[in-house]
Every structure is written in structure tokens, then in C-alpha cells.
Design a protein around this ligand. Sequence first.
Ligand code: NAD
Ligand code: MG
Length: 401
Amino acid sequence: MVEARGPLQKSVTILGATGSIGDSTIDLIQRNPDSYRVVALTAHSNAAKLASHARALKPEMVALADEGAYRELKDALAGTGIRVAAGAESICEAAGLDADWVMAAIVGAAGLQPTLTAVRRGAQIALANKECLVCAGSLFMNAVTEHGATLLPTDSEHNAIFQVFDFDQRDKVSRIILTASGGPFRTLGHNEMGLVTPAQAVAHPNWSMGAKISVDSASMMNKGLEVIEAHHLFGMPENKIDVLVHPQSVVHSLVEYADGSTLAQLGSPDMRTPIAFCLGWPARLDAPVAKLDLAKLGMLSFEAPDDVRFPCLRLARTALQVGGAAPTILNAANEIAVARFLGGEIGFLDIAGTVEDTLEKMASPQIATIDDVIAVDAEARRVATQGAGQRAQRRNVAAAE
Ligand code: NAD
Ligand code: MG
């Protein structure tokens, strides 16, 4: 089943192969199938989609986190010779298989252990899963250094910075500037934001993405998580990481130097550009992305973020300043709140409220090990679930009155 590896083939694994980033990665791989050998594909529970990708890409192994979906996947791949596994450990097992390059595209802190497994064998990691960096920050970066892994930032802003950041003269970088689209509620007032529906929140104006990151974009928690992500990836202090709202999503981020130069990376809002950059690194690939026509665009606009209407950005900055367990708590509470919002239980403004309450209710112990991260993450989920439940109850009472 597994063909001999050609001299120029890169072996690749995709964690989160059925998601938005997974789809874009697979699209690029399928355009140059001879250049890649797929080692493993993983997903949460979508057996049919994972099986279809597996039939096309012929990996050694596929794994689903949800054990309940094992039978369906096993039956769908009967006779292919592809190893099928299920359960959280099987995702780590897949990440541990010998692949040169791993796309880390699981959503949420669920991606931490599998991504770390790939880090610990010194692989090249295309990092889309920002939550694992937010919740485990320095411990994650220490593991990258200790095991000689290579981190390739895939998040569009961080990929842009990676492309224009002068690592040999980092003392001459005065500021990095993350651009933000502002999301679907950029111009909405506070009261209107209290009434928005999950369908409105996931309808991003420029990017097509998974539900969780789409809600994070709408609340601007995504930009808050990205400030923390940038701090760890580029070793910049919080006060040298700025956010600039840029509704067209063409300038993906900027690096400002001591001599007054500001370098930016521009491109169409299509994740296949940063993914291709990571997949080919250090070489550039061809990507099927619409080239920019600046004359046609005519105008690019920029504005300062409003952290009164978008408190999540402020909460994330504070968590980064406080340090210790605060970013882990912020991330876990946000994951719970977003899931409750998507489930129709709490309102949009309750997302920031739940995160703020959880940060206030929990002391921020220092985090020394990954086990500490996992324990704090679990406790923050418990506290946030309780807080979101109370908010849901108050909402139901108000609706009944
Ligand atoms: P998505 O929801 O479309 O896909 C998530 C993937 O993770 C799916 O394959 C799903 O099956 C898998 N998954 C979910 N829970 C899991 C679990 N508990 N165990 C194992 N696998 C699980 O999300 P996405 O939009 O592709 O985003 C993935 C990650 O990339 C997120 O961290 C997001 O912040 C980041 N990111 C996404 C984009 C984008 O354009 N979509 C851009 C930048 C960064
Ligand atoms: Mg981004």
C-alpha cells in the first residue's frame, strides 16, 4: 500500500485533516501528489470525510479522537491496508509517526498533546493551532528548542511576520503590527452585539474558516490569542505588539524597524498562501491563489481597534501581562463560552463575560509542567461551564419575563 519514497518526497501528517485548514492543506498536496508521501491523517469524528481523504491520499494511518466513530471509519477503509485507530491517544500515536512535516490544525487546546508529540520528535511543525501556544506558551517553545523542532507559523498574520522578520537583527525590530479584519461586527454597537446569532457570527466577511475561529474573529478574541501567539513565536514583549484593524484583509501583518522602515506581507485572503509557504519551506511553491490586483482594489483602509466594544482583546492582553496560568485560563474559558454561544445557550456578549468571570474567580498559579497546563485547563473549563450555565439561566429568565 505504501509506495517507495522518492528522493524529493516530503513525508507529511495532517492533524485536523477534516477542517478548514486541513482541506486547504490537502488541496495543495493533491495538486502535486508526487511531491508528498502522506503518513497520517487525523480528525475528531467525521469518519466519512476522513475516509474519503484517506482513499485519495493513501496514508499509513488514520485516527479519530471519537471512539464512537471507529467502526464507521474501519468499514469505510476495509481492504485498503490503511491502519485505523480511535481515541485521544491514537491522535498522539499518529503525530508520533515518522513524518518530516506536520500540519497542526486541530482546533483548541485538544491540539496540545498531539502537537507536542510531533515537536518531541524534532519534526517541522506548520502551526495553525494557536490555542496550544496560548495555553502552554513558554513550555511549548522550550520543547521546540529542546527537541530541535522547526516551527513554521501558519496563522496568516504570523506567517506574514515570519516572512519579513529579520531574525539576525531582532534588536532592530521596534514593533510588530498584527492586522485584524474586525470581523462581521466591526461597526455594530454594543446593544446590537448582544442580539447577534451564531449564524451571523460565523459569517466572516473575508475568510472561510471553522466555526470556533470565526466566532473568535467576531469577538476579536482571535486577535487577542494572536497577540499571545506572536509574543511566543517572535519573542516580542506585549507592549511591542500592536493591532491594526484592516477590513480588506490584504496586508496580513507588518514589522517596524528602528530605522523607520515598515515591512509588510500582502496577499489575497486565502489560507493556501501561508500553508504553501510552510509546506514548501524553505522553498516557495506555486499556489492556486488569486494574485493581488491593487489597482482594482483601489483603497486599503486601517483603523485602531476598539477594545471597549471588543473587550476580549483587552482580556487577552491582560492575561499575557499577568502571565503564569492566566493565558491558559483565558483560552479554556473562551473555548467553553464559544461552544455555549454556538449551541444557542448564551449570548454573544456572554463570551467576554464568561472569560472575564473565570479569570477573576481563579487564582493564577504558576505553570511549571505540561501536567500543570492540563490541570489548569480542566479547572478553568469547570469554572467557565458553571459561569456560562448561570448566564444561560439568567437569559432564559429574562426571555420568559
Ligand atoms: P475546523 O473546526 O474547521 O477544523 C478543526 C479540525 O480539528 C477538524 O479536523 C476536527 O475534526 C479536528 N478536531 C476538533 N476537535 C478535536 C479533538 N478534540 N481531537 C482531535 N481532533 C479534533 O478549524 P479550522 O478553521 O481548520 O482551524 C484549525 C486551527 O487552525 C484552529 O486552531 C484555528 O485557530 C487555526 N487557524 C485557522 C485558520 C483558518 O483560516 N481556518 C486561520 C488561522 C489559524
Ligand atoms: Mg490569523
